[in-house]
Design a protein around this ligand. Structure first.
Ligand code: FAD
Ligand code: 2HG
Ligand code: ZN
Length: 470
């Protein structure tokens, strides 16, 4: 039976569009952190939406499940097939064309496999901006960004991926093409299917293309490091900057001293004395849209009084675009530094801004009391309430430390998230990693509604089964 199925795939895609050899399959069978491992009958590489449609129809006929995969940079095991070996991975790598650009509408139609950085560069060539930005931008795809509703560093100003997309084209589990490639900014015509599919992690449809929004490019960028000891000052600074800089404030990131110490130890080339001066270093960025913009001056005005009063410990303002980019390097390497440690647990969580401080304080105390020496690698997108409250094992413990403790640590942190009314996944999604916590987190009614949606749109469980929902 499988040989007929594989033959069918090769008939559609040619033999170079269907990988079967175990060594060729290997990179597609594990996630970026190498936590989840699966098996697959094959990895397939369609080039067009109609090829995707034919593959889905073939999978229906043979009852083979499909795991969509873009750049495979997700942090939740969402694009890794199960261990059964009876699924296929559908890679969008070859669906990487920019189909069209509408300068008057400020939109671009891109195929799902377009690399995010390629889209950013194309927009820049046009003198425009596609503002989605994250450290994996050199390898993640717009299809994966949409399927996870990725966040990144500019959410404060431009919103999540969902907010950057006006229309999608997708292939349903029934093998139909949902043609929603329209760049309309207003369209209240029944249920919002685009927004249902965005963020559904490949479980409801395979996204094949999207209409994305472009924005005026800033004429320049201004970034600053701010060293702060007193947590309460951080919220005040955010408000002061939002009031003065309004839409120019694009990023407001927080990095704890422990996260910076770890990153400097693995990547000493990004060390800077300012990181050693305080409990937190903020990295903020303002975009300047006017030649005569005063972002630099504005930053100095807002920060100089705090500096004089001693409420902030130090400030460093980047003076060139090269320096702005250098400022971001350490922030972009925190995840890579943590990957070099013996295990890590990630909590990608969000809170109302007012609850972030109390959560950090109370949860850190509980963790340190119960797991002496545990390292809290706390950083993230403070401006939009998203913390990456990650953990590394205490120095010197044996390598199975987290195997023994992950469950109890997760229970503790998830209880705390619930106590402070936060979310267990701000931007990375659910995948396999958080699947077993979703029902409790969202409650019975929401969970059942999600199950009903899945059953209706994918009754045969063909699309990324057992991800997101149990
Ligand atoms: P994949 O990992 O291939 O897939 C992710 C999910 O989308 C899977 O469920 C998959 O089945 C589904 N999928 C992929 N393509 C399609 C499609 N065409 N149709 C339907 N479903 C599809 N995330 C953030 O939100 N913010 C960050 O700041 C951020 N920073 C990161 C930094 C690093 C160093 C790394 C490694 C990851 C980071 N991520 C971040 C996570 C990840 O990069 C994003 O989630 C990204 O959007 C995933 O895109 P991808 O193409 O790699 O998707
Ligand atoms: C980031 O903001 C990413 O850099 C990754 O979302 C966070 O490593 C992480 O947990
Ligand atoms: Zn993030």
């Amino acid at each position: 039976m499988y040989s007929d199925f594989i033959k069918g795939l090769i008939d559609v895609l040619g033999s170079d569009g269907v990988l079967q050899h175990p060594t060729e399959l290997e990179p597609y069978l594990t996630d970026w952190r190498a936590i989840f491992k699966g098996q697959a009958l094959a990895v397939v590489f369609p080039k067009t939406s109609s090829e995707v449609q034919t593959i889905v129809q073939l999978c229906q006929e043979f009852a083979i499940a499909i795991v969509p995969q873009g750049g495979n940079t997700n942090l939740t095991g969402s694009a890794t097939p199960e261990k059964t070996g009876q699924q296929i991975v559908l890679s969008t790598k070859r669906m990487n064309k920019i189909r069209s650009i509408d300068l008057e509408n400020q939109t671009m139609v891109v195929e799902a496999g377009c690399i995010l950085q390629t889209i950013q560069e194309k927009a820049a060539q046009l003198g425009l901006l596609f503002p989605l930005s994250l450290a994996a931008e050199g390898s993640c795809t717009i299809g994966g960004n949409l399927a996870t509703n990725a966040g990144g560093i500019n959410v404060l100003r431009y919103g999540n991926t969902r907010d950057l997309c006006l229309g999608i084209e997708a292939v349903t589990a029934g093998g139909e093409v949902l043609d929603g490639l329209r760049g309309l900014r207003k369209d209240n015509t029944g249920y919002d299917l685009r927004n249902l599919i965005i963020g559904s992690e490949g479980t409801l449809a395979i996204i094949t293309a999207a209409v994305i929004k472009l924005f005026p490019a800033p004429v320049s960028r201004c970034a600053a490091y701010i060293a702060v000891n007193d947590y309460s000052v951080i919220v005040k600074l955010l408000h002061a900057l939002q009031k003065k800089a309004a839409n120019e404030l694009c990023a407001f990131e927080i990095m704890s001293k422990e996260s910076l110490d770890l990153t400097q130890s693995h990547f000493p080339q990004f060390s800077h004395p300012i990181f050693n001066q305080s409990e937190y270093t903020l990295l903020i960025e303002l975009a300047e849209f006017d030649q005569h913009s005063i972002a630099h001056q504005l930053l100095e005005d807002v920060l100089s009084t705090d500096l004089e009063k001693g409420t902030i410990q130090d400030v460093l303002i980047a003076t060139s675009l090269t320096q702005v980019k250098q400022f971001w390097a350490i922030r972009e390497h925190i995840t890579l530094a943590q990957a070099k440690e013996l295990g890590n647990i990630k909590f990608d969580i969000s809170f109302e801004i007012s609850k972030i401080g109390p959560f950090i304080q109370s949860t850190s105390q509980l963790l340190i009391a119960r797991y002496p020496g545990i390292r809290i690698i706390n950083f993230g997108h403070f401006g939009d309430g998203n913390l990456h409250f990650n953990l590394c094992p205490p120095i010197g413990v044996d390598q199975n430390y987290f195997t023994h403790h992950e469950e109890s640590i997760s229970a503790l942190v998830y209880d705390q998230i619930s106590l402070f009314n936060g979310s267990i996944s701000a931007e990375h999604g659910i995948g396999q990693l958080k699947r077993d916590y979703l029902a409790k987190h969202r409650g019975n009614t929401a969970y059942q509604m999600m199950q009903e949606i899945k059953k209706t749109l994918d009754p045969k469980q063909l699309l990324n089964p057992h991800k997101v929902l149990r």
